[in-house]
Design a binder for this molecule. Structure first.
Ligand code: SF4
Ligand code: SF4
Length: 337
């Protein structure tokens, strides 16, 4: 027997969690994009989306956030630190590629320094992922060794029922099991079958790509210019990527008082590596695109033994000039080593 959560009981689940003081978030339409927002009722969810436009990462790593305020007087300097609240939260209806991305980001944010801004939010959040029944032409999780029902990064995995009336429930972590306690009476024992997962074709030979990238002779290859000539450096691919994590810290204010903020940044931007002298070591868009690919599939993998990509496809899906990681890796996998 398997635990089943029926869609008709979802709003009651949300109420039960809220009664415990837990916020519930899920995929919703927001203005002209989709992302994760707080919900009260299951009707607010958009569970038909293959993938939200924006990723889970902004729930743990906001586009901008204050870190501290400062004021400098004649006799003293006062600072006051801002830390995220530890309000518990359930994220309902994530996709496996996004959840996996959070597990990859955990490595980075706990490397030489534990980033409290990330982990305070991560530690109090439970990710309930729904396995994908459908994919689109941009999905490539299987090319990255994941799958439409990967459990990586999730606390609970939900498998849609063939009937379309709910989900099989798989508890994956102690945090996930604890989150199910307030809704225990709403979970039914059942034998209903799960629907088949989406068929996502493998689009490139990842090993061939990483071998090519690891060869120092290819660093200056004319390939980089050819593949990225049309990139306009807008940064969309980095901002929408679940695993891109670059940020900058800036003081807003003046010499006497202000706020220190942490803001998203992007290796696609010209200013990202600009020195005060005016020299820019990555002075072309192709050098910046090469950095993005090398970082994800060479440097990050060397350091953390995992690629910084889950194959969500957003970089290609949303790029205004139809570029993306998919096209680059497909091209690399056909190049002579
Ligand atoms: S690859 Fe596309 S989305 Fe990324 S910076 Fe270039 S133009 Fe923008
Ligand atoms: S690099 Fe592209 S496909 Fe990979 S995780 Fe980021 S947005 Fe998704």
């Amino acid at each position: 027997m398997t635990k089943i959560l029926y869609s008709d009981d979802l709003t009651a689940c949300f109420s039960a969690w809220r009664k415990e003081g837990t916020k519930v978030l899920g995929p919703v339409q927001q203005a002209k994009t989709s992302g994760f927002g707080e919900v009260q009722d299951a009707k607010e969810l958009d569970l038909d989306l293959v993938l939200t436009d924006r990723t889970l990462k902004e729930l743990f790593f906001p586009r901008t956030e204050p870190m501290l305020s400062y004021s400098i007087g004649k006799q003293q300097i006062d600072t006051s630190e801002f830390l995220p609240s530890e309000h518990p939260c359930i994220i309902f209806g994530a996709r496996p590629c996004d959840a996996a991305g959070m597990a990859i980001d955990d490595e980075l944010f706990n490397w030489d320094y534990r980033d409290e801004y990330w982990f305070r939010r991560r530690d109090r959040s439970v990710i309930m992922t729904i396995a994908c029944k459908e994919s689109d032409d941009f999905c490539m999780c299987t090319s990255l060794g994941l799958a439409p029902d990967s459990a990586k990064g999730s606390d609970i995995l939900l498998r849609p029922l063939t009937s379309g009336k709910g989900w099989q429930v798989e508890e994956l972590t102690p945090k996930g099991s604890k989150a199910l306690l307030p809704i225990a009476s709403l979970l039914k024992e059942g034998t209903e079958e799960a629907a088949p997962t989406a068929e996502v074709p493998v689009l490139f030979d990842l090993e061939a790509c990483t071998t090519w990238l690891a060869n120092p002779e290819n660093f200056e290859s004319h390939f980089w210019k050819e593949i990225s000539e049309r990139c306009i450096g807008c940064g969309t691919c980095t901002y929408l990527c679940p695993t891109c994590h670059c940020f900058d810290i800036q003081d807003e204010g003046d010499t006497y008082e202000g706020i220190r903020r942490k803001n998203w940044d992007s290796c696609s931007f010209q200013l990202f590596t600009m020195h005060t002298s005016g020299h820019n070591p990555r002075n072309t868009q192709s050098a910046r695109w090469r950095q993005r690919i090398m970082h994800k599939f060479n440097y990050f993998s060397d350091k953390f033994s995992v690629h910084s990509c889950t194959g969500c496809g957003r970089c290609t899906r949303e790029c205004p000039v139809d570029m993306g990681v998919r096209e680059t890796l497909q091209a690399i996998s056909t190049l002579p080593k």
